[in-house]
Every structure is written in structure tokens, then in C-alpha cells.
Ligand binder design. Structure first.
Ligand code: ADP
Ligand code: MG
Length: 260
């Protein structure tokens, strides 16, 4: 274990801030004839918040899924904290546990309570006792503002609440980074901010984050960098300010003219 700071949920992220945590090198991915990731290169440093933005179908989700090894890649190398993917079996389970993932559609276990959703991973993968896992889960549910929902089933919660539980569940594994793939795009407008606020807090606490989102407010408030993807390529990589006010490529200009 690395030295820890005072906050259990973020204990392993404040050390060695600034070093490369995720390194993506020359990766390619095809679905049949379709070349969805075209020689992608990217580095995410510890403590950095990177927003990935781009048109539908540009490969954003595939890239996220590749980083969590939910997808295989054809060639190239992905390393997380110096450990190369792909790995298999137990090693893969542990590598995956280092990468918290929050998806667009609420992917909580429907037949488990909110509390069980958050305790399951830490008990199974991290070896926590039930009591330890519950204590930690309650603290995290508190932190994302849904502690009073702990005994309920996911379907009894609003979309915004479910997404906050999904974030708590990801954090419970003490991941080295979290990947959020359009976490607010399936939410009703009035629930978007409650989720974005939790994300901004996490960013401010130094969590390493890769966030696929078109929420410009979040990007401006929390992102260190914006990566703009189109047709399987990284087309621009720049500061949020620069990207939104002065996009360089025609594709980014065209994309922004449609979403702003
Ligand atoms: P984005 O998240 O940017 O909208 P995706 O990464 O989901 O893009 O998809 C990139 C491209 O790959 C799209 O053309 C999509 O239709 C295709 N694609 C994604 N998943 C699959 C799959 N499992 N099988 C075949 N094609 C896929
Ligand atoms: Mg997607």
C-alpha cells in the first residue's frame, strides 16, 4: 500500500501527483471493417482531469472500454500505473479494480440494495469484511448525498441519485482513476447538476478522471485538458478555455457549432 492521506476514498491518489498514470500508445481497434480507434496516443497524469469530447460514433466509449480492458485492442499498448494491459485472470480483476467506471445508463445491480451495490466489490475484490465494507460504503453514500437511500433498491431512486450511487460504488474500490462515460447524458435536466457537483468535488480532491461529456460547464470548471475525438482519431488536445473559445480544426469548429 502507498502512504495514505486522511480521506479513505481518495487515499491512493494524492501521492506522486503529476506522473503518468494512464499511458495509451499507438492503439488501434477495428470492429470488422470499421477502424474505430486509429493509432491513438494519450497520457493521463496522476491527479489530472481529462475531458473527452466528440461526435457520436467517434470512438470515445471504445477508448474508455479499452482502458478498462472491457474491449480488446488490435495493437498498441495501454499501461496503468506502469502495469501493461491486457492481463488475464486475477491480475486483470485487480487492474480493473484500479479503474472505477461509471457509464451513461445506470448500471447498478438491480436486485441489490444501494448499500449492497457499494459493498459488493470491496468485499469480493479487496477482501474487506462486511462491517468494514458497510462503514466505508455509508461514508461514501454520505459524501455523494444519498446515505438516506442506502436500504432502497436502485429502481426506487431517481436517475441522478442512481448515478451518484454508481460514483460511490466506483470510489469504494479505491481506484487509481475513474472513467465516466457520459454520466449525465441519460439524466433529466434537473438532475444533471447534482451529479456534476459530485464530479467537480472529486476533481478538486485530486482524483484522476477521464470524463466523456459534452457538459462545457464541467469541462471549464474541472478539466485540465480536453481531448477532441472525431472518426477514431484524436484531433485536438488542448485546455478547455482554448478548445471552447478557439478550436483549431474544422471538425472541432463544426462540432462546437452544433452543441453550443
Ligand atoms: P462514441 O462513444 O464516441 O459515440 P463508440 O466508441 O461507442 O463511439 O463507437 C465507435 C464506433 O464503433 C461507432 O461507429 C459504433 O457504431 C462502433 N461500435 C461500437 N461498439 C461496437 C460493437 N460492439 N460492434 C460493432 N461496432 C461497434
Ligand atoms: Mg459513447
Amino acid at each position: 500500500m502507498e502512504p495514505t492521506d486522511s480521506s479513505p476514498a481518495t487515499s491512493n491518489i494524492t501521492v506522486r501527483r503529476g506522473e503518468p498514470l494512464v499511458v495509451v500508445k499507438n492503439i488501434n481497434k477495428h470492429y470488422g471493417e470499421l477502424h474505430v480507434l486509429k493509432n491513438i496516443n494519450a497520457v493521463v497524469n496522476r491527479g489530472e482531469v481529462v475531458v473527452v469530447i466528440g461526435p457520436s460514433g467517434s470512438g470515445k466509449s471504445t477508448l474508455c472500454r479499452a482502458i478498462n480492458r472491457l474491449e480488446t485492442i488490435d495493437d498498441g499498448v495501454i499501461t496503468i500505473d506502469g502495469v501493461k494491459l491486457p492481463a488475464e485472470g486475477k491480475a486483470l480483476a485487480h487492474l480493473r479494480a484500479d479503474v472505477g467506471m461509471v457509464f451513461q445508463a445506470f448500471n447498478l445491480f438491480a436486485h441489490k440494495t444501494v448499500l449492497e451495490n457499494v459493498t459488493l466489490g470491496p468485499m469480493k475484490v479487496r477482501g474487506l469484511s462486511k462491517a468494514e465494507a458497510e462503514k466505508k460504503a455509508m461514508a461514501l453514500l454520505e459524501r455523494v448525498g444519498v446515505a438516506n437511500q442506502a436500504k432502497k433498491m436502485p429502481a426506487q431512486l431517481s436517475g441522478g441519485q442512481q448515478q451518484r450511487v454508481a460514483i460511490a460504488r466506483a470510489l469504494a474500490m479505491e481506484p487509481k482513476l475513474i472513467l465516466l462515460d457520459e454520466p449525465t447524458s441519460a439524466l433529466d435536466p434537473e438532475m444533471i447538476n447534482e451529479v456534476l457537483e459530485v464530479m467537480v468535488d472529486l476533481a478538486n480532491e485530486g482524483m484522476t478522471m477521464i470524463v466523456v461529456t459534452h457538459e462545457m460547464g464541467f469541462a471549464r470548471k474541472a478539466a485540465d485538458r480536453v481531448i477532441f475525438m472525431a472518426e477514431g482519431e484524436i484531433v485536438e488536445e488542448t485546455s478547455p478555455e482554448e478548445f471552447f473559445t478557439n478550436p483549431q480544426s474544422l471538425r472541432a469548429q463544426d462540432f462546437l457549432s452544433k452543441i453550443l
